[in-house]
Design a binder for this molecule. Sequence first.
Ligand code: TYM
Length: 335
Amino acid sequence: MEKPTKRILSGVQPSGDLHLGNYLGAIKNFVSLQEEYECFFCVVDLHAITVWQDPKVLANKTREVTAAFIASGINPNKNNIFVQSQVPQHAQLGWLFNCVARMGWLNRMTQFKDKAGKNSENVSVGLFSYPTLMAADILIYLATHVPVGDDQKQHLELTRDIAQKFNNDFKTDFFPIPEPLIFGEATRVMSLRDGSKKMSKSDPSDYSRIMLTDSAEKISQKIKKAKTDPLPLPDNLDDLKSRSEALNLISIFASLHDTSLEKIVAEYAGKEFSLFKRDLVDLAVSKLEPITSEMNKIMDDQEYLESVLNNGKESAISVAEPVLAKTKEIIGFLS
Ligand code: TYM
């Protein structure tokens, strides 16, 4: 089997509206990588159901993530865009990896601890074994690189551990050890209400995040209400780093503007937040509004969406199936 040298897989859950963290930490980077790599972008609905999803909205959210990929600039003619549950090889390899990963490894996953909280006896088994399926998502394509936000770093380390253990156990070099691609000025976008918390779909406050479906007016309200501190903006990075809310807003600005943090700090040194926020509103609206309106257009064309996902499914299966067959052969299953 020919091994790829520059192949990407990444996934986004259809578990709620996409927010600025998903865009700046992941999707925007997917767009910039698509020329250089062969890409598989997956809407990970099997991961989404590790917590309750309303069956009446799940299909629509799955289409919405697909629309967001395309509206953000991912070319569906060049890249594989598909839905995880439509490619059964993910779940099949996921089971095999459940038998490779160790309980101790999964017990260390901080995202599980955060999500389960004090309720760990009552969450789904899927939420606990979630990272083994994520490893399968990546390795079923023998992907070499995985662009993600900073919060997925530990899951990628686990993916590398699974690949390594499989290779050692079966004395093979079949699975690549994939490299995370975590880059840009906003690898961890924080809540607009609390600079110590990650921006997330599950935060109860709508004002904690900017959604890709927000109107210009909503974006403006949310940025104007964003928490800051009483000081003017700092003139150096060291001072900025101890001021989490200021750091977050400046990182968002730099990332949206495709400029470095240093340059934005220099530009706004000593200025008041009110002026900075006004500029940030203009910038965010100018970058996000075209994506939102394109998303809406694509969502109105369900036939088109279906054809993209059908093509994606077929090409994904054509790559995934031989990898699964080879894995089963290595393990010793009957063919
Ligand atoms: P998910 O759906 O939570 O998020 C999708 C992507 O958005 C990034 N992200 C963020 N980046 C910066 N700041 C934030 N506040 C922020 N919130 C989310 C995530 O890092 C991610 O890149 N487990 C994954 C989905 C997944 C996956 C995979 C990813 C399943 N299989 C295989 C890569 C490869 C997740 O829950 O992402």
